[in-house]
Design a protein around this ligand. Structure first.
Ligand code: IMP
Ligand code: MG
Length: 181
């Protein structure tokens, strides 16, 4: 496939600065609690979770959950659970760490599914949110950046498994990739 370079949206410095601010905010808000369980949503949130969690100044545990949505690589549909958390989160303070809100269905599904496990509190920390109408109404408790309604890659986010480990966040036009491959 021809080398297509995503158009940069946030560079490494922009990202590190914002993630540091979010960590500080979370550390401050949870300072009085004995422990927080961060639940990273695989795969897209793995880098955000790694950076965010290492900057926290409060006791924390890490777990992961994996979901998939039906639909092709750039459209969201019904969500299904691929891998549940291993931690018993009943009575725990839980923070869901997600890469991006597109239609809202994934985060909506996760909040509902995790709430059923009766955590002491349940909040979300989302790296990116697209500027478009939501299919499922969700409001992140912590948000990195609002972005245009484009397909974004890098810093954990992929397009068909490509570009996931780019150190910056960039926009692509999936149409360009399809015609080039
Ligand atoms: P939603 O359920 O429509 O809000 O979509 C959220 C999920 O779709 C995220 O967890 C991502 O895995 C994926 N996704 C949505 N938009 C993008 C994007 O622009 N780049 C990469 N992944 C995305
Ligand atoms: Mg995701």
């Amino acid at each position: 496939m021809a080398a297509l370079r995503p158009k940069p949206l946030f560079n490494e410095f922009d990202i590190a600065t914002r993630v540091a601010e979010l960590s500080e905010q979370v550390s401050h808000d949870y300072a009085k609690m004995d422990e927080i369980v961060l639940i990273g949503v695989l795969k897209g949130a793995f880098i955000f979770l790694a950076d965010l969690s290492r900057r926290l100044t409060i006791p924390r545990k890490i777990d992961f959950i994996a979901v998939a949505s039906y639909g092709d690589s750039t459209t969201s549909g019904a969500v299904r659970l691929l891998m549940d958390v291993r931690t018993n989160i009943e009575g725990k303070h839980v923070l869901v760490v997600e890469d991006v809100i597109d239609t809202g269905s994934t985060l909506g599904y996760l909040m509902k599914t995790l709430a059923a496990k009766r955590p002491a509190s349940l909040k979300s920390c989302v790296f990116l949110r697209k500027n478009k109408p939501l299919t499922v109404e969700v409001e992140p408790d912590y948000l990195g950046f609002d972005i245009p309604n484009k397909w974004v890659v890098g810093y954990g986010l992929d397009y068909a498994e490509m570009f996931r480990t780019l150190p910056y966040v960039g926009e692509i036009d999936p149409g360009d990739l399809r015609t080039e491959s």
